[in-house]
Design a binder for this molecule. Structure first.
Ligand SMILES: [Zn+2]
Length: 167
C-alpha cells in the first residue's frame, strides 16, 4: 500500500466501525454547504487533498494527487441529478434553467471522460447523498482505498487492476 500522507498525517485507509463512528460524530451536521461538509468529513477521515486544481479538467473540488483521484460535489438542481431535488422544475424561466442545467450536465460528463483519459478516477458526490452520512462515509473510504477500481474507468487500460488474479 502506498501512502502519500506525511508523518503528522497518518495513513488511515482502514477504519474500524468504532473509529468511523467517532469520526462521523466529530463532523457535525449543519455546517454550511455540501462541498464543505464533504471536505470536513474527508479531512476527519484522515485524507489530505488539494482544492479546486485548475490544471485538471473541470477544476475538481477535492484532488488526491498521490492517489490520482478526484471528488466532485454536485448540487442536485444545478447539475441535473436524477433525484427528487434535481427534478424539481423551476417556477420561472423554466426553459432557460432547463437549458442551462442540461449544459452543466453535458459538461460534467465530458469532464469525467477527460479525467478518465488522463488516468484520474472520479467520484461524484451528490448533494442529496449527504443526508445518509454513514453510506457517504463508506463510499468515500471505498473510493479512496488503494485497491478500489471503478467500472466507469474500464475505457482506461491504465486504471485496470494490475494483477486481477491476486487477492
Ligand atoms: Zn440528488
Amino acid at each position: 500500500m502506498t501512502c502519500r500522507t506525511t508523518v503528522s498525517e497518518p495513513c488511515t485507509d482502514v477504519f474500524t466501525p468504532e473509529k468511523r463512528s467517532a469520526v462521523m460524530a466529530r463532523v457535525k451536521a449543519g455546517d454550511t454547504g455540501p462541498e464543505l461538509k464533504v471536505r470536513q468529513l474527508t479531512h476527519a477521515l484522515g485524507y489530505r487533498y488539494r482544492l479546486h486544481r485548475k490544471d485538471l479538467p473541470g477544476t475538481p473540488d477535492l484532488v488526491f494527487a498521490g492517489r490520482r483521484k478526484v471528488i466532485f460535489v454536485h448540487g442536485c438542481f444545478w447539475h441535473g441529478h436524477d433525484c427528487k431535488r434535481g427534478a424539481r422544475p423551476p417556477r420561472q424561466n423554466a426553459r432557460y434553467w432547463q437549458a442551462k442545467i442540461a449544459r452543466n450536465a453535458a459538461r460534467d460528463a465530458a469532464t469525467l471522460h477527460a479525467l478518465s483519459k488522463l488516468g484520474w478516477e472520479s467520484l461524484v458526490i451528490w448533494e442529496c447523498a449527504l443526508k445518509d452520512r454513514e453510506t457517504l462515509t463508506d463510499q468515500i473510504i471505498a473510493f479512496l482505498s488503494p485497491d478500489s477500481r471503478r467500472e466507469h474507468h474500464v475505457d482506461n487500460p491504465m486504471a485496470r487492476p494490475q494483477n486481477p488474479s491476486i487477492r
